[in-house]
Design a protein around this ligand. Structure first.
Ligand SMILES: NC(=O)C1=CN([C@@H]2O[C@H](COP(=O)(O)OP(=O)(O)OC[C@H]3O[C@@H](n4cnc5c(N)ncnc54)[C@H](OP(=O)(O)O)[C@@H]3O)[C@@H](O)[C@H]2O)C=CC1
Ligand SMILES: O=C1Nc2ccccc2C1=O
Length: 299
């Protein structure tokens, strides 16, 4: 069954990340979330390691949107490959119960393993057993849907071998400059009915080095399409992601930009334009910001 995920997710990580300072409420984030909800955002992307559960709780209360109109995603903090930092909870089910307690919610719409770096030695359970905890969370009604994040083809294969419930989502870093976070992952996920969510979909706009010819050529083309459709470069790139059958997870500190995120239903890129963004983007140097294997952002 196709998932009814609202097409734009508003993230509470990146810009807002405050792990280690969970109890200090960032009022700027509460205000940004309330404004986003008031202008029509219904999909919030959170994670245990963002430390933003209390802001999410306050914003949902303040915006006064009925729970069933919202889509809330959360993630179990498995940690990175260095295993230096990870969830304090005993397992993914216990972590979800704590998130729900903090957010004063009865369930999340989607619960993900944030990363695949789970071993018996570091966590006390295997990756396959971690998935079992998500299945249990779903059977208890604490997570309506379950999935993974930053999984490679090999990681997905491990889960698919044992899963009673298949992962419904793989949330990965994806944009025109990073069309395969790891080899073949988009094609494999889509072939197996696993919806891709793209985090950092707008990276080409703020990470692309404009002095590089291929980056400039790409950005000029996105700008040209924006002019043709009366849309911003942000809107063109989000639309490109959606036309690839992928759900973008973005964020913004600015309500005007959030309004733009929501005004992308009234235009459609031509197939040749989708293709040209794909081709020009693939020529630009790869920009990868998260979970780069050889270094850890958690250090
Ligand atoms: N599963 C995972 O491992 C990860 C998940 N995520 C999730 O994804 C969410 C979004 O990730 P993020 O990388 O921030 O997504 P984006 O790539 O969409 O970046 C959002 C940023 O883009 C800026 N921006 C938008 N338009 C433009 C423009 N035209 N020029 C310059 N800057 C622009 C915004 O700035 P402004 O505020 O000024 O509007 C905002 O800070 C996170 O909050 C988190 O929820 C992120 C990383 C890892
Ligand atoms: O949003 C995020 N910011 C991060 C920083 C480091 C590792 C993961 C993440 C996120 O998921």
């Amino acid at each position: 069954m196709a998932l009814a995920i609202p097409q734009i997710g508003f993230g509470t990580g990146t810009t807002w990340y405050k792990y280690g300072r969970e109890s200090e409420i960032d009022q700027t984030l509460v205000d940004a979330l309330v404004s986003a909800l008031q202008v029509g955002i219904t999909h919030l992307d959170g994670a245990e390691c963002y430390g933003t559960a209390l802001e999410t709780r306050d914003a949902i209360k303040k915006a006064n949107i009925p729970r069933e109109k919202l889509w809330i995603t959360e993630k179990y903090y498995a940690g990175d490959s260095s295993h230096k930092s990870k969830s304090k909870a005993a397992n993914p089910l216990a972590a979800l119960k704590e998130i729900l307690r903090l957010e004063e919610l009865e369930y999340v719409d989607l619960y993900l393993l944030h990363s695949p770096y789970i071993t018996k030695e570091t966590h006390g359970f295997t990756l396959e057993e971690a998935w079992g905890y998500l299945e249990e969370a779903q059977s208890l009604g604490l997570a309506k849907n379950i999935g993974v994040s930053n999984f490679t083809v090999a990681d997905l294969e491990k889960i698919l071998k044992v899963a009673k419930v298949k992962p419904q989502v793989n949330q990965i870093e994806y944009n025109a400059f990073l069309q395969d976070q790891t080899p073949g992952v988009v094609e494999f996920s889509q072939k197996n009915g696993i919806l891709i969510e793209a985090y950092s979909p707008l990276a080409p706009l703020y990470k692309g080095d404009k002095s590089i010819k291929e980056v400039k050529e790409f950005l000029d083309y996105v700008y040209e399409l924006g002019k043709k459709y009366g849309k911003s470069d942000t809107q063109v790139l989000l639309k490109w992601v959606l036309q690839k059958g992928i759900i973008p997870i973005t964020t913004s500190t600015k309500t005007e930009r959030v309004k733009e995120f929501l005004k992308i239903d009234d235009f459609q890129l031509e197939p040749s334009e989708v293709e040209k963004i794909t081709t020009l983007g693939a020529k630009a140097p790869v920009v990868r910001q998260y979970w780069v294997p050889e270094y850890s952002k958690f250090d």
